[in-house]
Design a protein around this ligand. Structure first.
Ligand code: VTB
Length: 331
């Protein structure tokens, strides 16, 4: 088989790119109705319900590889659940119907409804564990940073490649006690640290837009599902990312082995986290640097969505005005 044939086999029907928009739009609007109400679970559930219903309308034979959890703990969008009309192409689906549930419950910046789709077998079948991650944007030589290098070395190398001083580098890190040493190490070498409370899918994507966001590098431990979604988007714009699952108990190692992960210490490159033709789609729930949140008007609902498609590197932003959304009841 030639490379070309392999490539073509991995390519997803182009029209599906736009179909995903409806899915994340619906999830975002459902969550936005519960924005700022202080109820994370209700907002998450609303997004899950809406995303699942809309996914089941797509002409795909989809399997959720990254979802709301394993079958016994998630009644909907569990890992392994089949979605779509089952008539179309076999695809992997990764969902995070409400990324940043706390952000939504508190109406703080950056919560999004996000999902990815790729030909079956393309997305890492990742258990819901932590992942150690490092990511930078496009334009750097390959391997300039590495997950196993010291923080100091990574920042020095990045600064050199960017042509600035280490003190002119900004790292984005989740504000968690587990990151105390990481944060201290960044500051020791002179770098600035921007802390976020949640939302590391967007956090990784920020590195790809350093001019606008001011973020040069993403470091730290976040959710593995979020890592796969972020890798899909970053692949499209050409940054670099590595991830390593944190399988620190026998139970987690066994669970991942069942999912096909043989080497618990493996470092996954961006293209191993999300390979082939990956489409990532995200709609803003609350306002954020990546996307504007949902706006409710008298007879119209406004949403902003971004869609990344890795095979062509296309990034589309869709601002939609929904006038009939409420008429078309989802059930
Ligand atoms: C991060 C963050 C997400 O999970 O991935 C985080 O970016 C990791 O888990 O928005 P902890 O909260 O336990 O640190 C989220 O907060 C989503 O739940």
């Amino acid at each position: 088989m030639t490379d070309l044939v392999i490539q073509e086999e991995k390519i997803i029907e182009r029209i599906l790119t736009l179909e995903l928009v409806r899915v994340t739009e619906r999830a975002a609007v459902a969550a936005a109705r519960l924005r700022g109400r202080g109820d994370e679970k209700a907002a998450d559930q609303a997004a899950v319900d809406a995303m699942r219903r809309e996914l089941n309308r797509l002409p795909i034979d989809g399997t959720v590889v990254i979802g709301e959890g394993e079958r016994d703990e998630a009644p909907m969008l569990f890992i392994g659940e089949r979605v779509g009309t089952k008539t179309g192409p076999k695809v992997d689906i990764a969902v995070d119907p409400l990324e940043g549930t706390t952000l939504c419950a508190k109406d703080m910046p950056g919560s999004i409804a996000v999902m990815a789709m790729a030909k079956a077998g393309s997305l890492l079948y990742a258990p819901d564990v932590y992942m150690d991650k490092i990511a930078i944007g496009p334009g750097y030589p390959k391997g300039v940073v590495h997950i196993d290098n010291s923080v100091e070395d990574n920042i020095m190398a990045l600064a050199k490649a960017k042509g600035v001083k280490p003190g002119e580098i900004t790292a984005l890190i989740l504000d968690r006690p587990r990151h105390a040493e990481l944060i201290a190490a960044c500051r020791r070498v002179g770098a600035g640290v921007r802390l976020i409370t949640d939302g590391d899918v967007a956090g990784v994507i920020f590195t790809a837009q350093a001019d606008q966001t001011g973020v040069d590098i993403y470091f730290g431990t976040g959710g593995a599902p979020e890592g796969v979604l972020a890798a899909g988007a970053l692949r499209c714009v050409g940054g670099q990312m590595q991830g390593r699952l944190i399988l620190d108990t026998e139970e987690k190692r066994e669970r991942s082995l069942k999912m096909g992960i043989k080497d618990p210490k493996k470092i996954y490159d961006m293209t191993e986290l999300a390979s082939g033709d990956v489409i990532v789609c995200a709609t803003g729930v609350t306002d954020g640097a990546l996307l504007k949140g949902v706006r409710f008007h008298k007879e119209m609902i406004e949403t902003e969505t971004v869609i990344y498609r890795s095979v062509t590197g296309t990034v589309r932003r869709i601002i939609a005005e929904h006038r009939e959304m409420e008429k078309f009841k989802l059930d």
